[in-house]
Ligand binder design. Structure first.
Ligand code: KE4
Length: 437
């Protein structure tokens, strides 16, 4: 059965709204990736989400494989989440005072993450990672931080840093506005290169910590090579440095206990976001008691936030995690994503298009290159033009892939068997479009 293909995707209302938006909002968006620079064309304005689907302002319906970049693992407007948020909102939007909901969500997070003794909620993943970095520096009295090329930890100054000239050299600003003095405290290394980390610790004795996406989503989906994460654990323990697992994307995504459950490694600090807010603004950092107890008001390391622990966001997170705490749900997610992986790999073979499909759990990326991707320099070999053609061919067939080669696709528990078949069929047809181009 062939797909219904909307040859010229009708985007007139998106076009009009984008023209208007650009007069008032920087780039017409509130986050750069939404401007579709990665795939060209008009950014698609969405009108509503419903289960596994997005409906845009021109009435086009898509199977949603972005899920707001990760939070919507249950799909759009999950009734359990909606009803709980409604109940809580009726009692008040925000108090600027403690509420029992914050404790309730913290208990759920701690049950999933045995490495977390204490939690602090914030309002975004960026707040979580920059707070965790301040804590690592404050607790160790050291200044440098190791991150990995292609990993994204939000827009905190210390993370907008690219590698210096050679491995284990001091970082350079990746954005105007980031002072060189600060960038030079960040060492940016190739992901999956444990030798480069060993060299950095040999070369520098003031490394406060290592922050890593334990499974990378932000250069496209790149899994850790066997031994890489354990290597980071061993090296940071040996050198009294803090191991920070940035699980903003992987937390409750690749397993209920995230990468730490999947790979059996305990981080010293963990950052979370996305899913724990069920679609409302939340971030969190947490970890060892001896570290977290140094954060204000218990300790001297300062961090605060007006809407931290916001009742509605807590309610959305509580309802989401309660629903997720079900092995059958992760089993279904794994089966769905594996079905799509198998179908797309078959389509790659049949069409002969040069592409590799990489996946961990319900996160995946189709790279348009001829080799597996283990780090950022390999990811950059991918053909972005081909990705853009693929993206629009899929959109015409009603499947919404991430509008960037360097982002992960996310599968939700709301996807039906027919949705999965449609994704595979559309991918096959879209790869054929590339083959015939
Ligand atoms: P936020 O500040 O966007 O909530 O979280 C920052 C962040 C931190 N750590 C990881 C591993 C992340 O993936 C993110 C944010 N992810 C991007 C998607 N690649 C958010 C989408 C966007 O920037 O609009």
């Amino acid at each position: 059965m062939r797909n219904r293909v909307r040859k010229n995707l009708e985007l007139n209302n998106s076009k009009k709204l984008f023209i208007e938006a650009q007069k008032h909002l920087v780039g017409g968006v509130n986050s750069p990736v939404r401007a579709f620079k990665g795939v060209g064309g008009t950014p698609i304005f969405m009108a509503r989400g419903k289960g596994a689907y997005l409906i845009d302002v021109d009435g086009n319906r898509y199977i949603d494989l972005v899920g707001s970049w990760g939070p919507l693992i249950l799909g759009h407007v999950s009734l359990d989440v909606l009803n709980h948020v409604r109940r809580i909102l009726r009692k008040g939007f925000t108090f600027g005072a403690p509420s029992a909901l914050e404790t309730e969500l913290a208990v759920l997070v701690k049950k999933a993450y045995t490495s977390i003794d204490k939690v602090r909620f914030v309002s975004s993943g960026t707040e979580a990672t920059l707070s965790a970095l301040r804590l690592a520096r404050g607790a160790t009295g050291k200044k440098k931080i190791i991150k990995f090329e292609g990993c994204y930890h939000g827009h905190g100054d210390s993370f907008l840093v690219s590698a210096g000239s050679g491995a284990a050299t001091l970082g350079l600003p990746d954005s105007p506005g980031v002072p060189e003095e600060l960038a030079s405290l960040t060492i940016s290394l190739p992901y999956n290169d444990i030798k480069a980390v060993e060299d950095a610790f040999t070369r520098f004795d003031d490394i406060a910590g290592v922050i890593v996406e334990p499974v990378v989503g932000n250069m496209g989906l790149v899994p850790p090579k066997p031994g890489f994460l354990q290597g980071l654990r061993d090296i940071t323990s040996k050198h009294n440095a803090i191991l920070i697992f940035d699980e903003v994307m992987t937390g409750f995504r690749i397993a209920y206990g995230g990468a730490q459950e999947l790979y059996g490694i305990k981080a010293d600090l963990t950052t979370l976001g996305k899913i724990i807010g069920g679609g409302l603004p939340v971030g969190a950092y947490g970890g060892r008691e001896d570290l977290m107890s140094q954060v204000a008001p218990e300790g001297p390391i300062y961090q605060a936030g007006t809407l931290s622990g916001n009742p509605a966001a807590m309610a959305a997170g509580i309802a989401t995690l309660k629903k997720l705490n079900d092995d059958q749900l992760y089993k279904k997610l794994e089966e769905s994503a594996a079905f799509v992986e198998e179908g797309i790999k078959r389509a790659i073979q049949k069409t002969g298009v040069e592409a590799v499909f990489q996946r961990v759990g319900s996160m995946a990326t189709l790279f348009f290159c001829g080799h597996p991707v283990e780090n950022y320099s390999q990811a950059k070999d991918a053909d972005r033009k081909k990705y853009s053609t693929f993206f629009w061919a899929m959109a015409q067939r009603g499947v919404y892939f991430p509008p960037s080669q360097f982002e992960a696709a996310f599968f939700s528990a709301a996807l039906s068997a027919n949705d999965l078949k449609k994704i595979v069929r559309s991918a096959h047809e879209s790869l054929q479009v590339l083959q015939e181009a």
